[in-house]
Design a protein around this ligand. Structure first.
Ligand code: GLN
Length: 560
């Protein structure tokens, strides 16, 4: 954020375009992606796919997501309303789009890739309270927009990318995103024309009663963008199936965008096809042409690797059914990274995965068998609170006893410890103190969490090392004594019970380096019974699937 001296300089004029030290115009180029007509139009897929394909040309990209909500970050958002909270290595809790960026760019991101209105306003008000605006009234223009521009220029200096790709959340016309848009208009003005490329992702309606595509809503959406002083350079028309040339022409004439820069992006079977499509349509070349840059010699993502990965998606030779338990089963986006990890790991084993959602609130020892009879494996994902946990524990017991592959992630790991304590150690009242005070709190709060009251950004968050024990399943899969995985939790295995759990056959095959925090558990004499205190799904990427997911799917295939 804007530093003190820069701020003093910047407050003296009306431009307030403070640039961080070391910044030079033209060194980093910008692509700004906006959406019109409807939200959920596929801006995220387009943005991440474009980043992917630019890396084929060796260009270093830095994706940024702007989110208009007033939350500081996504940490306190309910996944049932908003979809999964994704966690970055530096502990940033963010929008699930950042997960798509990481998977499609095959790179790890940080807080510098995510900006909310809440974060900007907090910064500004903190500064105002410190008197840093030197008596000036603090305004949306130039201060809020200045802070936004500063954020992205800072990324240019600190990360040195060839291109910063900004995705502005929401739809053109939203009040809460309007100052992001204004900031990007100012940026284009200040950076000069050839350094900024605007892309609008729009939607071409096809009302059932008419049975043909209609471009008016898209035209109006684009016009709203132009009314705000932004001339798009490329229009991406999303539609269910191909639109006619005449529709493209209408869009072109009404938006000043040459018809060869009006791209029709239809629905695909998988999002992994989209980079190939963009390459085919030469969108990368169009962008490079607009920005005046050339491809580099060495690629940053090998196109051949990507093509091979996509090819394999299309030739599975075995289908398996995987059960996912959980209380957010109504909104699949709540588990987006798990679904993606399964989807992008399966092609490596020529498998196709069908999901079975298991709502655990009604599961008990009598009906668990029926629920699980057709699955080849189950995943018990992360979660919070009491609802559905007894059903999860029943599912874990059933998969342990009946040798059904099991993968427990975070809360799923903790549930596995509770199940084992109850049914193998005989501690009938074993539980987590998150839901119940009990005589046998086998899962308890982390010591450093005891005093914390605020909910946002206070869990044990982000990437930590995991020391993997040799001669274990975890070691066999990771082939490494030390790995780095991502965490988001307040509770952990109560150290008082570790010895007894181990004596009774539970193996803690991954632990934290300095603290006594158990991070992976597994059982012998079972095809695959493994739980992680971390979210293995967050580090899994199409070109580097997490080995624990590969191992799990492999075990499920054998079960079939
Ligand atoms: N509720 C558990 C905890 O806070 C697990 C959290 C999770 O699954 N992300 O430790």
């Amino acid at each position: 954020m804007v530093k003190k001296q820069e701020l003093a300089r910047a407050t003296s004029d009306e431009f307030f375009s403070s640039v961080p030290k070391g910044y030079s115009i033209g060194k980093t180029k910008y692509i700004i992606v906006t959406g019109s007509v409807i939200s959920g139009v596929g801006k995220g897929t387009f943005t991440s796919s474009l980043c992917n394909v630019l890396k084929w040309s060796g260009l270093k990209v830095h994706p940024i997501k702007f989110d208009g909500y007033l939350n500081y970050d996504a940490g306190t958002l309910n996944p049932y309303r908003h979809g999964e909270v994704f966690v970055l290595d530096d502990g940033t809790e963010c929008d699930l789009d950042l997960g798509s960026y990481e998977r499609m760019t095959n790179q790890n991101l940080s807080k510098d890739n995510y900006l909310t209105s809440g974060k900007i306003f907090k910064t500004i008000i903190d500064k105002e309270r410190q008197g840093l605006y030197l008596g000036r009234d603090v305004q949306f223009l130039p201060h809020v927009t200045g802070e936004i521009k500063h954020f992205i220029r800072n990324c240019a200096v600190n990360h040195n990318p060839d291109i910063i790709v900004v995705e502005i959340g929401g739809t053109i016309g939203d009040l809460e995103n309007s100052y992001f848009l204004e900031a990007m208009r100012e940026l284009a003005y200040e950076e000069n024309k050839n350094n900024v490329c605007f892309v609008n992702v729009t939607y071409i309606l096809r009302p059932n009663i008419l049975g043909e595509h209609k471009s008016k809503a898209a035209q109006l959406g684009i016009r709203t963008l132009m009314e705000q002083g932004i001339q798009p350079n490329i229009i991406v028309c999303r539609s269910e199936d191909n639109i006619k040339e005449s529709i493209k022409e209408k869009i072109s004439i009404s938006s000043n965008v040459p018809v060869n820069r009006v791209i029709n992006l239809c629905d695909f079977n998988t999002i992994y096809d989209v980079p190939l499509f963009l390459k085919n349509e030469k969108v990368d070349e169009i962008v490079m042409d607009i920005l005046g840059i050339k491809p580099k010699k060495d690629f940053l993502i090998n196109p051949a690797d990507w093509k091979k990965f996509v090819d394999n998606i299309n030739k599975p030779n075995k289908e398996i059914i995987i059960g996912i338990t959980g209380k957010y089963t109504g909104l699949h986006d709540s588990y987006l990274s798990i679904l993606n990890a399964l989807e992008h790991s399966a092609p490596y084993l020529n498998a196709k995965i069908k999901l079975k959602w298991i709502e655990t609130t009604n599961i008990n020892s009598n009906n668990v068998k029926d629920e699980l009879k057709d699955v080849q494996g189950i995943i018990v994902p992360g979660g919070f609170g009491e609802r559905g946990i007894e059903g999860k524990i029943e599912c874990i017991k059933y998969s342990r006893e009946n040798k059904i592959p099991f993968l427990g992630l975070c809360y799923g790991f903790q549930m596995a410890v509770i199940e084992y304590s109850r049914n193998v150690l005989g501690l009938e009242d074993a539980n987590t103190t998150e839901v119940k005070e009990t005589k046998n709190p086998v899962i308890c709060i982390l010591p450093e969490q005891e005093e914390i009251e605020d909910l946002g950004g206070t869990m044990r968050l982000g990437g930590f090392d995991v020391i993997v024990k040799e001669n274990t399943l975890a070691y066999k899969l990771y082939k490494n004594k030390k790995v780095r995985e991502r965490f988001r939790h307040r509770y952990n295995v109560n150290p008082k019970y570790i010895e007894e759990l181990e004596k009774n056959g539970m193996i803690f095959s991954g632990i934290a380096p300095e603290k006594r925090i158990m991070q992976i558990l597994e059982l012998k004499n079972h095809p695959y019974f493994l739980g992680t205190q971390y979210h293995a799904e967050f580090t899994s990427k199409p070109l580097e699937p997490n080995p624990l997911f590969l191992g799990f799917i492999e075990a499920c295939l054998k079960k079939n």
